[in-house]
Design a binder for this molecule. Structure first.
Ligand code: FPP
Length: 226
């Protein structure tokens, strides 16, 4: 969800104002994705690197997250949305950890969509933590399936589509393992301007892609006949 700071700066406002507008875009995007029938939506809200941002900005982000969970959790549950978090959430303020734990419990039986929020998240960090888990469990051998099950995203399918807003053409340490065959969509739109219209545009782009997973077109065609 990149571009909040630039969005605010262009309007002569503080970065925090941009994050506040970013939350509005988050709320509408979650609702639009649910309406469109998306089964898994994962939002990169805070990276391990973002934790080094000025204290004031971090506090504002934590407050926005608190507000989001408090205001939205009932509606999310009503709409069948299960909340999940990935990342080193133990680095978050205690009260926020508790608020998140409560929201996870409330939504645990929801099955229509899984909304995953990446917090204090870094792809390399996640891979290292999974490798450390494998060592602790004294795994004699590892394949992709057993390693995936040690990641924060255990049990979730790999993403079909990645949308990066804000005009940067990079992955920035997001879901490094899981994105191996994901279709990538980049837009110059800054996150606070992101909308259902943009989401539909990204999905349209996705629908034009042929996903071969390393195979040939002919092999994919053959497979789809069964
Ligand atoms: C990147 O914009 C955005 C962030 C670091 C924070 C995103 C977080 C939220 C929108 C709020 C919390 C999320 C949820 C799910 C409730 P930037 O500040 O790097 O923008 P810039 O690249 O223009 O400076």
């Amino acid at each position: 969800m990149d571009g909040n700071g630039r969005w605010a700066k262009r309007r002569g406002q503080d970065r925090i104002y941009g994050h506040r507008r970013g939350i509005e875009a988050t709320k509408t995007t979650v609702k639009d994705a649910r309406r469109m029938g998306v089964s898994y939506l994962t939002l990169f809200a805070l990276s391990t690197e973002n934790l080094k941002r000025p204290r004031r900005e971090l506090e504002a982000l934590f407050n926005l997250l608190r507000g989001y969970i408090r205001q939205e959790i009932e509606q999310l549950v009503e709409n069948g949305v299960r909340l999940r978090v990935i990342g080193r959430t133990e680095l978050l303020p205690k009260d926020l950890q508790e608020l998140i734990a409560g929201a996870l419990a409330k939504s645990k039986n929801c099955r229509k969509m899984t909304l995953t929020i990446a917090l204090c998240y870094g792809g390399r960090d996640e891979i290292l933590r999974a490798a450390a888990k494998a060592m602790r469990l004294k795994k004699k051998s590892l394949d992709e399936k057993t390693f995936s099950a040690l990641l924060d995203t255990a049990g979730m399918p790999d993403p079909d589509l990645l949308i990066r807003t804000g005009g940067e053409l990079r992955i920035s340490n997001f879901l490094l393992w899981q994105l191996a065959y994901t279709e990538l969509y980049f837009t110059n739109t800054l996150w606070p301007d992101f909308s259902g219209k943009e989401l539909r545009k990204a999905v349209k782009f996705y629908q034009t892609r042929e996903r071969r997973f390393g195979l040939t077109s002919e092999q994919i065609e053959e497979k789809s006949q069964f």
